[in-house]
Ligand binder design. Structure first.
Ligand SMILES: [Zn+2]
Length: 268
């Protein structure tokens, strides 16, 4: 069975993680147009905080090629309130909301207390499981704790995109075995990021997504500048170099992966 229905245009890459809400409102439309001119065929905007969700949904409804994930980032886990799980479930009824996120753990910055991060993560994943939606996961310096949550029986049925994945080969293999996906960001173009590229060979190519993580992590040759979704082209090109596929094959395959994982996005 083909993952993507025939009307989906997979001739260019899909930016599976771009925080357009972090750009000035005027720059958002410019960033989308600039990316489309380079052949980018879709955009997924993950929320950071609950109060952004409605604005992000409105942006999605103005553009047939933009979808979103709704949830609370681990940096802002201490903003996750009692009852937010019900509110999140209501917002996720919107056809443009295709995943829960961006949720996760970040023990590098520790902007929210770790116990709070873990509680917000579990509560958001429970919403995802209840609704049969995938999650978009942020994980930094928290591999062991993340894997413990991943292994909890409650989350056996969850499918997630571990975005801007840098967790190393053993974690990549376990996540893929459990049905998860790995998001490859501009880090795969950084000269010193062999530890990020090392997960690519040997893993099934049907589990990779490409993403910019706009406005962060601009790929080479734009490193240090603000990132924009147009630069997902450089990331897909680099992935093609690593796998030996053509650019067109990488776009088609990562696009099929995108619509398989975020299946709500198939109903354009
Ligand atoms: Zn993000």
């Amino acid at each position: 069975m083909s993952a993507a229905s025939p009307q989906l245009d997979l001739s260019g890459p899909i930016d599976s993680h771009c925080h357009l809400q972090s750009l000035d409102p005027g720059d958002r439309e410019r960033a989308l147009d600039g990316a489309r001119e380079r052949g980018v065929r879709g955009f997924l905007v993950p929320a950071i905080r609950m109060e952004q969700c409605e604005e992000i949904l409105a942006l999605c409804h103005r553009h047939p090629d933009v979808w979103c994930a709704l949830g609370v980032h681990p940096h802002d886990a201490d903003s996750w309130r009692e009852g937010d799980d019900r509110r999140l479930a209501e917002l996720l009824a919107d056809p443009k909301a295709v995943a829960v996120g961006e949720c996760g753990l970040d023990f590098f910055y520790d902007h929210s207390p770790r116990a709070t991060q873990l509680r917000a993560l579990r509560e958001q994943w429970r919403v995802a499981v209840d609704l049969g939606l995938p999650a978009i996961v942020h994980n930094r310096e928290s591999n062991l704790e993340m894997l413990e949550v991943v292994r909890e029986p409650d989350f056996g049925g969850l499918k997630a995109d571990f975005h801007s994945f840098a967790g190393g080969r053993a974690m990549a293999e376990e996540l893929v075995d459990r049905g998860h996906y790995l998001g490859l960001s501009g880090m795969i173009t950084f000269p010193k990021a062999d530890n990020v590229r090392e997960v690519i060979p040997g893993l099934p190519p049907d589990r990779f997504l490409v993403e910019t993580d706009t406005p962060y992590l601009a790929p080479i040759p734009y490193r240090g500048k603000p990132n924009v979704p147009a630069y997902v082209v450089e990331i897909a090109q680099r992935l093609a170099q690593e796998t030996g596929e053509t650019y067109e094959e990488v776009c088609r395959r990562t696009g099929e992966n995108f619509f398989r994982l975020f299946s709500k996005a198939r109903a354009r």
